[in-house]
Write a new protein. Structure first.
Length: 67
């Protein structure tokens, strides 16, 4: 299904974004939407203080069944 943008300004912005990312307009808009939805999650995760602890690979391998 083609992307139908009725606003010429929005269409030009989508074209510029698509050209910068070297994708079609639909993919550029979808990527932008996903980024905007993920950004609050990234901020929440990054706002937590670092513990300084090393990740325990054996523990995570066991959890995922790769032990």
């Amino acid at each position: 299904m083609p992307l139908n943008i009725r606003s010429e300004i929005v269409n030009q912005l989508a074209e510029r974004l698509a050209a910068r990312r070297q994708v079609n307009k639909t993919d550029a808009v979808v990527t932008l939407q996903l980024r905007d939805r993920v950004r609050p999650l990234q901020h929440r995760v990054l706002s937590r203080p670092a513990t300084g602890l090393e990740a325990d690979k054996a523990f995570y391998d066991e959890l995922s069944g790769n032990a």
